[in-house]
Write a protein that binds this ligand. Structure first.
Ligand code: AMP
Length: 639
């Protein structure tokens, strides 16, 4: 990793619920985690009288016990008058009061604290964190705000930064940052194309959608986008989905154990934690278990199916879609070229599906939706400090892209230096009878073995109907779009099962990495080719052995003992090569292995002939067919 610049500009996402800090160097943007490795800093500050304020995780953990003195969601009050904040203040456990100049403030820890001061505590924690990771002092930042923030709210954000000892060199719209994280602005600058981008941001407590358009002209001033329209709902988020699950549970518990049951704050908090956990699990799985233990043996346990959760979530998702339609109308219903997802709630499959249906496009989801705004702020920071030039150009694919095949070899689908956009597909199959899952491991690099390439993504294609090895047809598609974002889709033809993943392959990759990986591939070219040949030989030899053993099992009695002994010995020799390759791939001589395989192929002609003749006579087990099936081009990694 390159050394930090002496006076770096960091990117900060100052969020309603969580905040993050990121930098962008030669390896692209990355979030700077705290000392415990957490990327997200809860935007929560506890003010106890006589004690220094406490920021982040600890403040959030004690929020129930110190509800009146713990400020969260301060961002809702930034630069707002006390009078206009009444709506936001209702239902909050801390007191919102009238501060200086009629602005909103909080009465916490025995004093009035402004939203800027709360934000400054969060920013100070992020600054300290960045300084610890980078080892230099950090004085400048690009800070993001919602696109709908007015001048007063933007100024309040600048003031918060100044209080924290940071110069907010630019205030950037959150949706703009999200688009920049995907390189959207930069790629247009190179190609001079017009693009319209929809940014769909569904977080914990708020929903926003923005329609952006690339500003004509060069990117030198750093202003890539114009906001055509925004729409949203400041009271709509993942929290509502948690509440819907809680309401379902509370209703059931009351029906079972008594209508009068009360849930004190601590119990509600516990319910909220369970509900959120179940919701998050349902983004990955098809069901989750919910349990409420009231004590005294009164336990309510139930399974929540994804479909049931989706119907609970449907009215909320529909409200976000309604906002999208409004924003599109306000923008004059332009053709949308890209859709970018932001916010933790966009991990919910039904949400992605609704976004896809609404905009008629597959949304960008390669980057962590919690980090994408901070990453984009860091890209903007890098543009401002002139550092973005160091980033890899993504006009071409800098390193080949492929997948791991059985035995640890690499099947390359997109070759190095292919110009983008580019698309490639290849057919794969299974390597084990009855295999129902195929694990797709996406790799980047020039070497022949998976272990020597850079792993960039993994995903599973599940639910393939059980079939003999080599029969399922798994089409793998690689699509690298104009922004260098890679989408990999695997689809099994017969069953129609599909799975996909998106990545930004250039992130974390420096120009030096590319040079090094290229040099290594030259240095190891000969031994890599040998190893790859051995892997392919193993896959083919295994299939040969499988089919020969099968035929031999059926017709052994019809063959002369001498021939059978010779065949057994030849099979054992080939199996020996496979075993040796399992111990050390590079120790096996591929030429000798190849000769052994050819010897067996020649020798086995007779056993196959006898087996075919027998099945033609209608004798024997029938149905299974004799002879080798079409060997798949390469077999998918078995699991
Ligand atoms: P944000 O405000 O962007 O940090 O988003 C936080 C919201 O995203 C919370 O409501 C989380 O419960 C929700 N969230 C985070 N991860 C997931 C997930 N995998 N599936 C569903 N919701 C999630």
């Amino acid at each position: 990793m390159a050394n930090a610049a002496p006076d770096p500009i960091v990117g900060i996402d100052l969020g309603t619920t969580n905040s993050l800090v990121a930098v962008c160097d030669a390896a692209g943007p990355r979030v700077l985690p705290d000392a415990e490795g957490h990327a997200l800093l809860p935007s929560v500050v506890r003010f106890l009288e006589g004690a220094p304020p406490v920021v982040g995780r600890e403040a959030r953990a004690t929020a129930v016990a110190h509800a009146a003195d713990t400020v969260h969601s301060a961002k809702r009050f930034m630069g707002r008058g006390f009078a206009e904040s009444a709506g936001h203040a209702a239902g909050l456990p801390y007191r919102v009061v009238e501060g200086p100049r009629g602005l909103a403030a909080f009465d916490v820890g025995g004093a009035a604290v402004t939203p800027q001061e709360v934000a400054a505590h969060v920013l100070r924690a992020l600054k300290a964190n960045a300084e610890r990771v980078l080892g230099v002092s950090v004085r400048r930042a690009v800070v993001t705000v919602p696109a709908y923030f007015d001048d007063a709210q933007r100024q309040a954000t600048r003031d918060a930064a100044r209080l924290a000892g940071l110069d907010a060199v630019r205030i950037v719209n959150e949706p703009t940052a999200a688009a920049l994280a995907y390189g959207i602005g930069a790629s247009r600058a190179r190609r001079g194309t017009m693009e319209t981008i929809a940014v769909y941001d569904f977080g914990g407590g708020t929903f926003d959608v923005s329609i952006l358009q690339l500003v004509p002209g060069g990117p030198d001033d750093g202003e890539f986008f114009q906001v055509l329209s925004t729409a949203g709902d400041t009271r709509l988020g993942g929290d509502d989905l948690d509440e819907a699950i809680i309401a379902l549970l509370v209703g059931e518990v009351r029906a079972r154990f008594g209508e009068a049951l009360e849930f004190p704050p601590a119990a509600r908090q516990a319910l909220r934690t369970f509900a959120e956990r179940a919701k998050i699990a349902l983004s990955e799985r098809l069901d989750a278990t919910l349990e409420v233990d009231l004590g005294g043996g009164r336990v309510h346990r139930r399974t929540l199916a994804r479909a049931e959760f989706e119907s609970l979530a449907a009215p909320f998702v529909a409200r976000t879609v309604e906002c999208c339609r409004r924003a599109m109308r306000d923008a004059g219903n332009p053709e949308v070229d890209r859709v970018v997802l932001v916010g933790g709630s966009t991990r919910i499959p039904a949400v992605r599906e609704a976004v896809r249906a609404c905009f008629g496009r597959e949304p960008y989801a390669a980057l962590d939706p919690d980090q994408v705004v901070a990453l984009g702020a860091a890209v903007q920071a890098s543009v401002l400090s002139g550092g973005r030039r160091d980033l890899l150009l993504v006009d071409v694919v800098p390193l080949s892209l492929g997948i791991e095949t059985v035995g640890g070899a690499v099947a390359k689908l997109v070759m190095r230096n292919a110009s983008i956009p580019t698309r490639a597909t290849e057919m794969f199959s299974t390597s084990v009878d009855g295999q129902v899952n195929v694990s797709i491991h996406v790799l980047q690099g020039e070497r022949e073995l998976a272990a020597d390439c850079r792993s960039i993504a993994r995903f599973d294609l599940c639910g393939i109907p059980p079939m003999p090895a080599g029969i399922p047809q798994v089409e793998v598609e690689f699509l690298v779009d104009e922004n260098g974002v890679l989408g990999v889709t695997a689809a099994e033809r017969r069953s129609g099962r599909r799975a996909s993943v998106q990545v930004v392959p250039t992130y974390g990759l420096t120009a030096e990495d590319v040079d090094r990986m290229e040099a290594e591939s030259f240095a190891h070219a000969r031994e890599d080719m040998r190893a790859h040949r051995v892997i392919d030989l193993c896959a083919n030899a295994r299939l040969d052995l499988h089919w020969i053993a099968d035929a031999l099992g059926r017709v052994r009695a019809e063959l002369e003992a001498g021939y059978v002994a010779e065949l057994d010995a030849s099979m054992a020799r080939l199996a020996g090569f496979i075993e040796a390759a399992g111990r050390d791939l590079r120790a096996v001589d591929p030429d000798a292995f190849h000769r052994a395989k050819e010897d067996l192929d020649r020798l086995s002609v007779r056993v196959h002939e006898v087996a075919i003749a027998r099945s033609l006579r209608g004798v024997g087990t029938g149905g299974q067919g004799a002879g080798s099936p079409a060997v798949p081009p390469a077999a998918g990694d078995a699991r």
